[in-house]
Design a protein around this ligand. Structure first.
Ligand code: LLP
Length: 414
C-alpha cells in the first residue's frame, strides 16, 4: 500500500494534489511520500521485532538526505557501497554504528573513512580485499569488523542485470572457497569476524530462492562453528521485490517469518538490506506532455522527463505504470511515452492506453527506488527536483539543478 491515490478524480500524494506540486516546483519532478517510506520500513522492522535484528536500508535505492533522515529518525541502519554513501548517511543524521559496507571494490580511502567513522561491519567480497582491509586497520591501530559476502549460487530468477547470486556474477566469494577465507580472516590481527552475508539479486518475487540461500548460509555457519569460527550475525541482503505490474511479491512479514523459521534455536542476529521494497512505491516521477505526435505506426507522447531522469525502462526494459495526474473521461489511444533525449531507447513506457493532450501531467509510479539515484546529465539536462510530502505539507528536498551547475569544475584551455 502506498499513499499515491486518486481522490475526487485527481492524483494525490498523501494530502497534496500532484498537480499543485507540479505547479509549485515544476516538472520533471520526483515526489516522495514520507508516510509510505515509514510504513515500508516498519513492515520490515515489525516482521522481525521479536528477534535480534537490524534493518539496513540500501542507500543506493534513494540517497536523498531527507529520505535517509526520515529513516534514520526511525532508528534505521544503512547498507552503503561507497564513501560517498557513508558521507550522505552521516550528513543525514544516520549512525555509523548501524552501517554495513557492501561492494566489490572498496578503496583504501573508503576503508579508512569507514574505520574512522566506526561502522558496524565491512561486507568483504574477496580474499584480496580482506588482506587490504587488515593492513589498513593495523595501520590505523583499529580492528575492522568483517562479514564475508558468500555467493550461494542460487538463481534468483530475476533480470540478468540485477541477479547477483550466481557463480558467473562478479559478486561475493564462492561457497567452496568461503571456509578457507573465513579461517584466514579469523587469523588476521586487524580483523574481527562478525558475520556472514549474501545478496542474491533484486526484485525477487518468490520466497524459494531466499530460502535456498538461507539453507546454504546456515550450513556454512555450522561448518565454521565446528572449526572455531563464531558467526554472530547473518546478513541476508536486500532483493525483496515490489509490485510494478501485478507482481505479487511476498510481504516482508511472510518473508521474515519464513527466514525466522529456519533460525529457531540459533543465536544469530538477522540483518536485512532492503532498498527497493522500502523506496520504490514511496515515489512517483511527474512529467508533463510537451507534444503529441503520430506517424503511420505509432502515437507518441513527448514528455519533458527522459531516460536521463529515469533510466530503468531504457536499461532493463522495466515496466512502470504511467497514469494521468488528472484523468480525462473518454476514449484512450495507445502511446509510446518518450523523452527529448536523442536516443531511440529514450522511453518511459511503450504502448500505454492514455487519453491525453499537450500540457497534461503524467505520473510514472514506483519511481522512488533507482530513479533519481541513477539519473545523469546526458544531453546536458539538469537533474529533476525532488519533493517530499508529509500529510498536507510538502518540502523541496533537492532543488532542480541549474544549467550553470552542469559545467562546474570544467575549464577552458589557456
Ligand atoms: N544489498 C546489496 C549488497 C545490493 O547489491 C543491493 C542492490 C541491495 C542490498 C538492495 O537491493 P533491493 O532491496 O533494492 O533489491 N538498479 C536496479 C537494481 C540494482 C540493485 C543492486 N543491488 C534496478 O533499478 O532495478
Amino acid at each position: 500500500m502506498d499513499h499515491f491515490l486518486y481522490q475526487q478524480d485527481e492524483l494525490y500524494a498523501e494530502q497534496c494534489t500532484v498537480a499543485s506540486l507540479a505547479e509549485t516546483y515544476g516538472t520533471p519532478l520526483y515526489v516522495y511520500s514520507r508516510a509510505t517510506l515509514e510504513r515500508h520500513w516498519h513492515a520490515f522492522d515489525n516482521a522481525v521485532a521479536d528477534h535480534p535484528h537490524m534493518i539496513c536500508y540500501a542507500v543506493k535505492a534513494n540517497s536523498n538526505l531527507a529520505v535517509l533522515n526520515v529513516l534514520a529518525r526511525l532508528g534505521s541502519g544503512f547498507d552503503i557501497v561507497s564513501g560517498g554513501e557513508l558521507a550522505r548517511v552521516l550528513e543525514a543524521g544516520g549512525e555509523a554504528s548501524k552501517v554495513v559496507f557492501s561492494g566489490v571494490g572498496k578503496t583504501v580511502a573508503e576503508m579508512e573513512m569507514a574505520l574512522e567513522a566506526g561502522i558496524y561491519c565491512f561486507n568483504v567480497e574477496s580474499a584480496a580485499e580482506l588482506e587490504q582491509l587488515n593492513l589498513v586497520a593495523l595501520r590505523l591501530g583499529k580492528v575492522a569488523p568483517v562479514s564475508l559476502r558468500v555467493n550461494p549460487d542460487v538463481d534468483a530468477g530475476t533480470h540478468p542485470y540485477i541477479s547477483t547470486g550466481l557463480k558467473e556474477n562478479k559478486f561475493g566469494i564462492a561457497m567452496e572457497e568461503a571456509e578457507a577465507i573465513f579461517l584466514r580472516a579469523n587469523e588476521l590481527p586487524g580483523l574481527a569476524v562478525k558475520g556472514a552475508d549474501c545478496h542474491i539479486g533484486s526484485q525477487l518475487t518468490e520466497l524459494q530462492p531466499f530460502l535456498d540461500a538461507m539453507d546454504r548460509m546456515l550450513a556454512l555457519i555450522d561448518r565454521l562453528a565446528e572449526q572455531g569460527v563464531k558467526i554472530a550475525h547473518l546478513d541476508v541482503g536486500g532483493g525483496l521485490g515490489v509490485t510494478y505490474d501485478g507482481e505479487q511479491p511476498p510481504e516482508p512479514s511472510a518473508y521474515a517469518s519464513a527466514l525466522l523459521g529456519k533460525l529457531a534455536g540459533r543465536d544469530l542476529k538477522l540483518i536485512f538490506e532492503p532498498g527497493r521494497a522500502i523506496a520504490a512505491n514511496a515515489g512517483i516521477f511527474v512529467t508533463q506532455v510537451l507534444y503529441l505526435k503520430e506517424n503511420a505506426e505509432k502515437n507518441f507522447a513527448l514528455v519533458d522527463g527522459a531516460m536521463n531522469d529515469l533510466i530503468r525502462p531504457s536499461l532493463y526494459s522495466a515496466w512502470q505504470k504511467i497514469i494521468p495526474v488528472v484523468p480525462r473521461p473518454g476514449e484512450t489511444r495507445q502511446y509510446d511515452v518518450v523523452g527529448p533525449v536523442c536516443e531511440t531507447g529514450d522511453f518511459l513506457g511503450k504502448d500505454r492506453a492514455l487519453n491525453i493532450r499537450a500540457n497534461d501531467l503524467l505520473a510514472v509510479r514506483s519511481s522512488g527506488a533507482y530513479g533519481f539515484t541513477m539519473a545523469s546529465n546526458y544531453n546536458s539536462r539538469p537533474r529533476a527536483a525532488e519533493v517530499m510530502v508529509d500529510g498536507e505539507r510538502h518540502y523541496l528536498v533537492r532543488e532542480r539543478e541549474k544549467v550553470a551547475q552542469l559545467w562546474q569544475g570544467e575549464q577552458l584551455l589557456p
